[in-house]
Design a protein. Sequence first.
Length: 470
Amino acid sequence: MPTLTKMGSIGRLAALALTVALAACSRPVPPPETTDELRVGTRNSPASYYVDHNGEPAGFEHDLMAAFAKSHNWSLKWTEKDRPEALFELLDLHQIHLAAATLPQAVVKDRHLIAGPVLFETPVHIVFRATDKPPRNMAELSGKKVALIIGSGHTPLMMRQKRKHPELSWAALDNVWPEELLAQLQAGKYDAVVINGMDFDPMRNLYPELAVAFDLPDKQKIVWALPKRSSQVLRNALARFVEQAHKDGTIERIYERYFGHVKQLDSTDILGILQRRPQRLPELRRYFHEAQTLTGIDWRLLAAIGYQESQWNPFATSPTGVRGLMMLTGETADRMGVSDRLNARQSILGGARYLALMKETLPDRIAEPDRTWLALAAYNQGQGHMEDARRIAQARGGNPDSWADVKEALPYLGRGTYAKVMKYGYARGHEALHFSENIRNYYDILLRLEPEYNPLFNLGSSDDEIAAPG
């Protein structure tokens, strides 16, 4: 016979507290129009939600959702989940008002949830290695190793094709980001992959060995998902917002911000810096010299950053809001004491101070030149993501203080393989890699063409009195 133990008063209070807590967790969230708080579920991914190099939340859907919340003066509360299925569960339990995770309309409807207005349509590519013979149609994919991502909405599209081509088969990968899918294709693990255009297009130049063979007949309609019996006020507000955002270009501008073309250093880039050097650098040289005097960083390295960032254009402005010759964000400019980002001298000094800060933040044991190359990646991606890359390098058996090892780890910031050691989540590590390596190439060019600046040797002489090198 089991023994019954009488629960003490402390135990009863603890049990009561647990019951109340569980009840609170399962209680449906009230509609946002009554609390002025919009609760959104998302997934850490390039299109939806991630932490940028300034440590701020970013992503196409993040920015669009923020604009929607702002239009109603609602605060935003985000909940991150690894899988779309986990977001659907939150919707079923009415724990969130919306799910924003690049969800295909068909997937949302299959779950008997409410699909919001279509945000945009994306083609579905069949991508292959350009060195292989390109498959011209689905029939030529039969017998090939094909892969797609679970939750991408591509499975029903492929099932329709399979009815026409019974020999067609594919691997369905879980917890994989699009960049990892492309990396596996490039490595030869698969012959082709199924991927949305919005995921592949920004990475075309990162994977020049890959190309689009053809597109599936159906495009993916990307929507936000709402739970059944969701607030009619919220649904109407969302419909009005998306309609207006299409009309006034808000969606188009945010889409362009995150899915613009990524440029690689090639012969055209090298020709560009050689042509612009005699045209633009002479009037900027004294500012780079001053920046070296203040920070101790070689002025030619700073000039290489300036060229990479803006092609030495003091008035450059990007769609993401970074401005000036060194393309500083508003936050970085404020932090570095820059009051006018379009002032060439202020921008150069601010960028130099920021790079110096990135170098100072690294552990003292890291020697040059690794210290500078790591700082360049941090300058581009943020110190947090750089530390994630160093942790990944160490997890892969490399040296976290070595640029050679860390640069191999940077692309993994865009994959899910090492998510457990990534404190700051998804980042476009390839961008930091290309940023740093491009600057190294530009720096080498300027080292050959521009003389060293010695502040002591040139003391008492103005830059105008020093003959500009030819």
